[in-house]
Ligand binder design. Sequence first.
Ligand code: FDA
Length: 306
Amino acid sequence: MSLARSLLLRASRSPFLAGVLRRRRFVGRAVRRFMPGEELSDALDAARTLSLRGIGTVLTKLGENVTTLAEAEDVARDYGDALARIERAELPTQLSIKLTQLGLDADPGACERAVRALAARTPSGSTLWIDMEDGRYTEATLDLYRRIRADRLDVGVCLQAYLRRTPRDLEALLPLEPAIRLVKGAYAEAPSAAFPKKREVDAAYYALAIRLLERASAGKARPVFGTHDMRLVTRIRARAAEMGVPPRRCEFHMLYGIRERDQLALASAGETVRVLISYGSAWFAWYLRRLAERPANVWFVLKNLV
Ligand code: FDA
């Protein structure tokens, strides 16, 4: 892992920096590159614009590691409201949640009940996505996903290709005919747990993608490729075509504000494309993870400062 990436990921966990930087106007301006605004209505407006371009969306409210059940209940209520507003607006929009924002640390039982309630309210044909957080939560997230998916609820879970354990995790999930969002992984993990080199992560991603496509071609999995790596996207699309996986059986998801031209080109080529839009005020840790993915982004912030 590069020094810049590791410093940015370490900074993302600092409450002190979060407090200082969140109040700086130039930081707020730079963050707008990756999110349309802090309010749900900002995210819904962006979702409407994207839907007119043939691109679906997934919304997520920023925040993680809430410490009290009351905070977690507020988040669950907000998500319930978001589902109602999405339905009223008839948007092709889904939700993605973080378990630690729904109280996984404070009360795992209450967290599971909240996820079940949101999954039950998710319209049929849509999916409730569960993000994957840092390595301390992998086991608990997969356990919860397995229990909920076993009840045939329409939930999907994110798997991180950088984790050495992920091929095993994927095999264990496959009997559930899962919806899997495959990403590279955004946290700082020890080399014993995660591949430190980009080359290794990319190779792991492709191998996992092929395994998912095999299952998708038999109608036994619904893969989502969450990546902006167009080299990987091109290879995956070529392999999917060779294997006869219909375009509707797998999707490509990207983050708001990143590779917009490629999002449009993929949608025009007949692929199902969704953009993950974040909203909410707790953007500090999330924003630093975006900078860490591409430390060149730091220059963008500095330019704004000047
Ligand atoms: P890679 O980092 O190799 O980037 C490929 C190219 O994309 C770069 O060269 C650059 O051009 C562009 N790019 C990538 N990131 C950029 C950025 N921040 N700014 C500007 N350009 C950028 N992670 C996680 O641990 N848990 C999760 O639940 C999720 N969920 C999730 C959902 C979706 C829809 C996406 C797209 C990503 C996630 N992630 C995630 C984040 C993921 O793990 C990963 O950190 C980023 O997607 C960056 O990796 P890429 O696959 O894009 O490749």
